[in-house]
Ligand binder design. Structure first.
Ligand code: ZN
Length: 174
């Protein structure tokens, strides 16, 4: 794209922005650069901005983990289908977690072993299925309808909202 000469030229004139930051060096909080033969120490701005504003994906991951621990604790680690305590287990969502409105909704979630999850629960959620009957029994028809509405109605959380949910997790999920 640009010649070596113009790179050097830009680096000398605008040392802060012209030199591309290598990905693996992002973890260095403080970077030393040699400008005109003199060593200068400066803050890695990208790192600071990253720390102040964690990316959305990391916040979602964090909230997933908090929520998963919460559901596990509530279930005392027991699979709601077979009753066994298994190390390979996780949160089972009746309405898939791709529907963000039900992703962290306790009415929509239970703790299950992966065996039950993949080979039974995920296979059939239609009215009449075991999972459907379980949901009706757990919530009652009215709350089940309310859950459907919530899952359909909420299709977006802002990054700020997710940040607030992470921060106030224990107050919201009791
Ligand atoms: Zn199970």
């Amino acid at each position: 794209m640009e010649s070596k000469l113009s790179d050097t030229f830009q680096f000398q004139r605008f040392p802060r922005f012209s030199k591309p930051v290598k990905k693996k060096k992002i973890h260095n909080k403080v970077k030393t650069a040699k400008i005109n033969g003199q060593a200068t120490t400066r803050l890695n701005l990208r790192r600071v901005i990253k720390l102040l504003n964690p990316p959305r994906s990391r916040l979602i991951k964090k909230l997933d983990k908090l929520f998963s621990d919460y559901i596990k604790k509530k279930a005392k680690g027991k699979c709601f289908k077979c009753g066994k305590i298994s190390k390979s287990a996780g949160v089972s969502h009746y309405f898939s977690r791709k529907y963000i409105g039900g992703r962290w909704e306790k009415a929509n979630c239970d703790w299950s072993c992966w065996g039950c999850h993949y080979f039974q629960l995920e296979r059939d959620k239609t009215p009449g299925s075991w999972y459907y009957q379980y949901m009706i029994k757990k919530l009652g028809k009215k709350d089940f309808e309310y859950l459907i509405m919530k899952v359909q109605a909420i299709n977006k959380f802002s990054t700020k909202e997710i940040q607030l949910m992470v921060k106030n997790f224990n107050k919201i999920w009791k």
